[in-house]
Design a protein around this ligand. Structure first.
Ligand SMILES: C[S@@+](CC[C@H](N)C(=O)[O-])C[C@H]1O[C@@H](n2cnc3c(N)ncnc32)[C@H](O)[C@@H]1O
Length: 281
Protein backbone atom coordinates (compact mmCIF):
# COMPACT_ATOMS: atom_id res chain seq x y z
CA UNK A 1 0.00 0.00 0.00
CA UNK A 2 0.98 3.64 -0.17
CA UNK A 3 2.08 3.24 -3.81
CA UNK A 4 5.00 0.85 -3.65
CA UNK A 5 4.62 -2.91 -3.79
CA UNK A 6 4.93 -4.35 -0.31
CA UNK A 7 5.53 -7.87 -1.48
CA UNK A 8 8.61 -9.85 -0.75
CA UNK A 9 8.81 -13.55 -0.73
CA UNK A 10 9.58 -15.66 2.32
CA UNK A 11 13.03 -17.26 2.35
CA UNK A 12 11.51 -20.70 2.09
CA UNK A 13 9.99 -19.68 -1.22
CA UNK A 14 13.30 -18.61 -2.72
CA UNK A 15 14.80 -22.02 -2.19
CA UNK A 16 11.86 -23.90 -3.67
CA UNK A 17 10.96 -21.89 -6.72
CA UNK A 18 10.54 -24.54 -9.30
CA UNK A 19 7.84 -26.77 -7.89
CA UNK A 20 4.46 -26.12 -6.37
CA UNK A 21 4.20 -27.16 -2.75
CA UNK A 22 1.09 -27.15 -0.61
CA UNK A 23 1.58 -26.17 2.99
CA UNK A 24 -0.69 -25.20 5.86
CA UNK A 25 -0.01 -22.34 8.30
CA UNK A 26 -1.79 -20.83 11.29
CA UNK A 27 -3.83 -17.72 10.43
CA UNK A 28 -1.75 -14.90 8.88
CA UNK A 29 1.68 -16.43 9.58
CA UNK A 30 2.44 -16.94 5.95
CA UNK A 31 -0.07 -14.67 4.26
CA UNK A 32 0.95 -11.51 6.17
CA UNK A 33 3.25 -10.39 3.33
CA UNK A 34 0.35 -10.46 0.90
CA UNK A 35 -2.29 -8.97 3.19
CA UNK A 36 -2.04 -5.32 2.12
CA UNK A 37 -1.91 -6.14 -1.57
CA UNK A 38 -4.93 -8.45 -1.35
CA UNK A 39 -7.09 -5.91 0.49
CA UNK A 40 -5.98 -3.07 -1.78
CA UNK A 41 -7.05 -5.21 -4.74
CA UNK A 42 -10.37 -5.90 -2.99
CA UNK A 43 -10.97 -2.16 -2.73
CA UNK A 44 -10.69 -1.83 1.05
CA UNK A 45 -10.18 1.90 1.63
CA UNK A 46 -8.34 2.39 4.93
CA UNK A 47 -8.06 6.14 4.43
CA UNK A 48 -11.83 6.56 4.01
CA UNK A 49 -12.39 4.29 7.02
CA UNK A 50 -10.13 6.39 9.22
CA UNK A 51 -11.77 9.60 7.99
CA UNK A 52 -15.13 8.10 8.95
CA UNK A 53 -13.83 7.16 12.40
CA UNK A 54 -12.26 10.59 12.96
CA UNK A 55 -15.57 12.30 12.08
CA UNK A 56 -17.37 10.01 14.50
CA UNK A 57 -14.81 10.60 17.27
CA UNK A 58 -14.91 14.36 16.81
CA UNK A 59 -18.72 14.34 16.94
CA UNK A 60 -18.52 12.74 20.39
CA UNK A 61 -15.39 14.30 21.78
CA UNK A 62 -14.02 17.82 21.49
CA UNK A 63 -10.83 16.37 20.09
CA UNK A 64 -9.41 13.03 19.15
CA UNK A 65 -7.35 13.31 22.34
CA UNK A 66 -3.70 12.58 22.02
CA UNK A 67 -3.57 8.82 22.31
CA UNK A 68 -5.10 6.00 20.35
CA UNK A 69 -4.70 2.25 20.69
CA UNK A 70 -5.54 -0.06 17.79
CA UNK A 71 -6.13 -3.56 19.14
CA UNK A 72 -5.26 -6.26 16.59
CA UNK A 73 -3.67 -3.59 14.39
CA UNK A 74 -2.43 -6.13 11.84
CA UNK A 75 -0.18 -4.48 9.26
CA UNK A 76 -0.84 -1.01 10.71
CA UNK A 77 -2.85 0.49 7.85
CA UNK A 78 -5.43 2.15 10.12
CA UNK A 79 -2.62 3.45 12.36
CA UNK A 80 -0.81 4.88 9.35
CA UNK A 81 -3.88 6.90 8.36
CA UNK A 82 -4.71 7.94 11.94
CA UNK A 83 -1.21 9.40 12.15
CA UNK A 84 -1.78 11.52 9.06
CA UNK A 85 -5.20 12.72 10.31
CA UNK A 86 -4.26 13.74 13.83
CA UNK A 87 -1.38 14.70 16.05
CA UNK A 88 -1.52 11.65 18.27
CA UNK A 89 0.63 9.03 19.87
CA UNK A 90 -0.58 5.77 18.47
CA UNK A 91 -0.21 2.30 19.88
CA UNK A 92 -0.87 -0.99 18.18
CA UNK A 93 -0.98 -4.50 19.55
CA UNK A 94 -1.40 -7.74 17.66
CA UNK A 95 -0.53 -11.31 18.52
CA UNK A 96 0.84 -12.11 15.08
CA UNK A 97 4.57 -11.34 14.81
CA UNK A 98 4.49 -11.43 11.01
CA UNK A 99 1.68 -8.85 10.77
CA UNK A 100 3.40 -6.59 13.32
CA UNK A 101 6.72 -6.83 11.46
CA UNK A 102 5.02 -5.37 8.40
CA UNK A 103 3.39 -2.62 10.49
CA UNK A 104 6.78 -1.80 11.97
CA UNK A 105 8.54 -1.61 8.62
CA UNK A 106 5.75 0.41 7.05
CA UNK A 107 5.28 2.95 9.85
CA UNK A 108 9.02 3.40 10.26
CA UNK A 109 9.06 4.58 6.65
CA UNK A 110 6.43 7.28 7.28
CA UNK A 111 7.85 10.81 7.35
CA UNK A 112 8.08 12.19 10.88
CA UNK A 113 6.93 8.99 12.54
CA UNK A 114 9.04 7.23 15.14
CA UNK A 115 8.29 3.60 15.88
CA UNK A 116 9.15 1.91 19.15
CA UNK A 117 8.19 -1.17 21.07
CA UNK A 118 7.85 0.44 24.51
CA UNK A 119 8.33 3.70 26.39
CA UNK A 120 7.76 6.60 24.02
CA UNK A 121 7.91 6.66 20.28
CA UNK A 122 10.56 9.37 20.25
CA UNK A 123 10.61 13.04 21.20
CA UNK A 124 9.48 15.71 18.76
CA UNK A 125 8.06 13.14 16.37
CA UNK A 126 4.72 11.45 16.18
CA UNK A 127 5.20 8.17 17.96
CA UNK A 128 3.90 4.72 17.29
CA UNK A 129 4.43 1.91 19.73
CA UNK A 130 3.84 -1.62 18.54
CA UNK A 131 3.71 -4.60 20.83
CA UNK A 132 3.08 -8.26 20.28
CA UNK A 133 0.23 -9.13 22.64
CA UNK A 134 -3.14 -10.85 22.74
CA UNK A 135 -6.29 -8.82 23.10
CA UNK A 136 -7.56 -10.61 26.20
CA UNK A 137 -4.47 -10.07 28.31
CA UNK A 138 -2.41 -7.16 26.98
CA UNK A 139 -1.33 -4.83 29.79
CA UNK A 140 0.18 -1.53 28.67
CA UNK A 141 0.11 0.23 32.04
CA UNK A 142 -1.64 3.32 30.67
CA UNK A 143 -4.94 4.50 29.27
CA UNK A 144 -6.02 5.82 25.88
CA UNK A 145 -8.50 8.41 24.65
CA UNK A 146 -9.64 6.15 21.85
CA UNK A 147 -9.39 2.38 21.44
CA UNK A 148 -10.24 0.76 18.14
CA UNK A 149 -10.56 -2.90 17.22
CA UNK A 150 -11.34 -3.12 13.54
CA UNK A 151 -12.05 -5.36 10.58
CA UNK A 152 -13.56 -8.30 12.45
CA UNK A 153 -10.40 -8.97 14.45
CA UNK A 154 -12.57 -9.56 17.51
CA UNK A 155 -14.26 -12.50 15.79
CA UNK A 156 -11.07 -14.54 16.04
CA UNK A 157 -11.90 -15.01 19.72
CA UNK A 158 -13.19 -18.47 20.52
CA UNK A 159 -16.30 -17.86 22.60
CA UNK A 160 -18.49 -15.36 24.41
CA UNK A 161 -16.54 -15.61 27.64
CA UNK A 162 -13.32 -14.71 25.86
CA UNK A 163 -15.11 -11.87 24.09
CA UNK A 164 -16.11 -10.50 27.50
CA UNK A 165 -12.53 -10.80 28.79
CA UNK A 166 -11.22 -8.92 25.77
CA UNK A 167 -13.75 -6.08 26.06
CA UNK A 168 -13.07 -5.79 29.79
CA UNK A 169 -9.36 -5.61 29.10
CA UNK A 170 -9.87 -2.88 26.50
CA UNK A 171 -12.02 -0.92 28.97
CA UNK A 172 -9.24 -1.17 31.57
CA UNK A 173 -7.12 0.77 29.08
CA UNK A 174 -9.76 3.43 28.35
CA UNK A 175 -9.30 6.96 29.77
CA UNK A 176 -12.26 8.69 31.46
CA UNK A 177 -14.44 10.05 28.65
CA UNK A 178 -12.73 7.71 26.20
CA UNK A 179 -14.31 5.86 23.30
CA UNK A 180 -14.17 2.20 22.35
CA UNK A 181 -14.88 1.58 18.67
CA UNK A 182 -15.36 -2.05 17.77
CA UNK A 183 -16.04 -3.25 14.25
CA UNK A 184 -17.73 -6.60 14.71
CA UNK A 185 -17.19 -9.77 12.77
CA UNK A 186 -19.86 -11.18 10.55
CA UNK A 187 -23.02 -11.76 12.58
CA UNK A 188 -25.30 -14.74 11.96
CA UNK A 189 -27.99 -12.66 10.21
CA UNK A 190 -25.37 -11.28 7.79
CA UNK A 191 -24.28 -14.68 6.41
CA UNK A 192 -25.01 -14.86 2.71
CA UNK A 193 -23.82 -16.54 -0.48
CA UNK A 194 -21.43 -16.62 -2.26
CA UNK A 195 -19.18 -18.49 0.11
CA UNK A 196 -16.42 -18.70 -2.47
CA UNK A 197 -14.52 -15.94 -4.21
CA UNK A 198 -11.14 -15.16 -5.67
CA UNK A 199 -8.84 -12.13 -5.51
CA UNK A 200 -6.03 -11.74 -8.02
CA UNK A 201 -3.44 -9.01 -8.04
CA UNK A 202 -0.11 -8.48 -9.77
CA UNK A 203 2.78 -6.68 -8.12
CA UNK A 204 5.74 -6.36 -10.47
CA UNK A 205 6.36 -9.86 -11.78
CA UNK A 206 4.51 -11.52 -8.90
CA UNK A 207 0.94 -12.69 -9.32
CA UNK A 208 -0.98 -13.32 -6.11
CA UNK A 209 -4.17 -15.37 -6.22
CA UNK A 210 -6.24 -15.97 -3.14
CA UNK A 211 -9.23 -18.25 -3.34
CA UNK A 212 -11.59 -18.04 -0.38
CA UNK A 213 -14.11 -20.64 0.64
CA UNK A 214 -16.23 -20.28 3.73
CA UNK A 215 -18.27 -22.91 5.46
CA UNK A 216 -20.57 -22.19 8.44
CA UNK A 217 -20.15 -24.72 11.24
CA UNK A 218 -22.11 -24.39 14.49
CA UNK A 219 -21.42 -20.84 15.74
CA UNK A 220 -18.42 -20.35 13.51
CA UNK A 221 -17.44 -19.70 9.94
CA UNK A 222 -14.50 -21.75 8.75
CA UNK A 223 -12.69 -19.69 6.14
CA UNK A 224 -10.07 -21.33 4.01
CA UNK A 225 -7.66 -19.19 2.02
CA UNK A 226 -5.78 -20.96 -0.76
CA UNK A 227 -2.85 -18.88 -1.97
CA UNK A 228 -1.14 -19.33 -5.30
CA UNK A 229 1.90 -17.09 -5.73
CA UNK A 230 3.53 -17.05 -9.15
CA UNK A 231 6.70 -15.43 -10.45
CA UNK A 232 8.75 -16.19 -13.57
CA UNK A 233 10.80 -18.41 -11.25
CA UNK A 234 8.00 -20.68 -10.12
CA UNK A 235 4.84 -21.24 -8.17
CA UNK A 236 4.21 -21.49 -4.48
CA UNK A 237 0.95 -22.67 -2.97
CA UNK A 238 -0.15 -22.64 0.63
CA UNK A 239 -3.38 -22.62 2.59
CA UNK A 240 -4.62 -21.06 5.80
CA UNK A 241 -7.69 -21.80 7.84
CA UNK A 242 -9.30 -18.96 9.79
CA UNK A 243 -11.98 -19.84 12.33
CA UNK A 244 -14.31 -16.89 12.80
CA UNK A 245 -16.84 -16.86 15.61
CA UNK A 246 -20.29 -15.65 14.53
CA UNK A 247 -21.02 -13.52 17.60
CA UNK A 248 -24.55 -12.11 17.72
CA UNK A 249 -25.37 -8.39 18.24
CA UNK A 250 -26.50 -9.35 21.75
CA UNK A 251 -23.14 -10.99 22.47
CA UNK A 252 -21.40 -7.71 21.65
CA UNK A 253 -23.91 -5.49 23.46
CA UNK A 254 -23.89 -7.60 26.59
CA UNK A 255 -20.09 -7.70 26.66
CA UNK A 256 -20.03 -3.89 26.51
CA UNK A 257 -22.64 -3.59 29.28
CA UNK A 258 -20.83 -6.16 31.45
CA UNK A 259 -17.70 -4.00 31.13
CA UNK A 260 -19.63 -0.92 32.33
CA UNK A 261 -19.92 0.73 28.96
CA UNK A 262 -22.93 2.34 27.43
CA UNK A 263 -23.26 0.97 23.92
CA UNK A 264 -24.58 2.31 20.63
CA UNK A 265 -24.66 0.52 17.31
CA UNK A 266 -23.90 2.31 14.06
CA UNK A 267 -25.25 -0.02 11.38
CA UNK A 268 -22.98 1.45 8.72
CA UNK A 269 -19.59 1.80 10.41
CA UNK A 270 -16.30 2.59 8.65
CA UNK A 271 -16.36 -0.43 6.35
CA UNK A 272 -20.12 -1.00 5.93
CA UNK A 273 -19.97 -3.81 8.50
CA UNK A 274 -21.37 -1.91 11.48
CA UNK A 275 -19.65 -0.46 14.51
CA UNK A 276 -20.25 -0.82 18.25
CA UNK A 277 -19.46 2.40 20.10
CA UNK A 278 -18.77 2.20 23.81
CA UNK A 279 -18.31 4.96 26.36
CA UNK A 280 -17.70 4.42 30.08
CA UNK A 281 -21.11 4.47 31.83
C1 LIG B 1 -8.54 -9.36 9.65
S1 LIG B 1 -7.05 -8.92 10.44
C2 LIG B 1 -7.36 -7.19 10.75
C3 LIG B 1 -6.09 -6.42 10.95
C4 LIG B 1 -6.28 -4.90 10.99
N1 LIG B 1 -7.06 -4.50 12.16
C5 LIG B 1 -6.91 -4.39 9.72
O1 LIG B 1 -7.98 -3.77 9.81
O2 LIG B 1 -6.34 -4.59 8.64
C6 LIG B 1 -7.25 -9.64 12.03
C7 LIG B 1 -6.07 -9.35 12.96
O3 LIG B 1 -6.42 -9.79 14.27
C8 LIG B 1 -5.27 -10.33 14.86
N2 LIG B 1 -5.72 -11.14 15.99
C9 LIG B 1 -6.55 -12.19 15.96
N3 LIG B 1 -6.78 -12.66 17.19
C10 LIG B 1 -6.06 -11.88 18.05
C11 LIG B 1 -5.88 -11.84 19.46
N4 LIG B 1 -6.49 -12.74 20.26
N5 LIG B 1 -5.08 -10.90 20.00
C12 LIG B 1 -4.46 -10.00 19.19
N6 LIG B 1 -4.58 -9.98 17.85
C13 LIG B 1 -5.37 -10.91 17.28
C14 LIG B 1 -4.60 -11.09 13.74
O4 LIG B 1 -3.25 -11.38 14.02
C15 LIG B 1 -4.80 -10.10 12.60
O5 LIG B 1 -3.72 -9.20 12.51
Amino acid sequence: MGGSPSIFLPKAYNSAMTCAVTESYPAFTNSAEFYDDIYLARGKDYQAEVEYLCRLIKARKPSLGDSLLDVACGTGEHLRHFLTQADITAFGIDHCAEMLAIAHRKLDGEPGVAVGTGGTGGSGRRGVILQQAGMTDFALGRTFDVITCLFASIAYLADVQTLRHAIRNMVRHLAPGGLLLLEPGLMPHQLKAPMRDQTICTIGDVEIRRTTTAQPRDNTLIIRFDFDIRTHQGIREFSEEHVIRLFTPENYEQSFIAANLTVEYDSEGPGGRGLFIGTPA
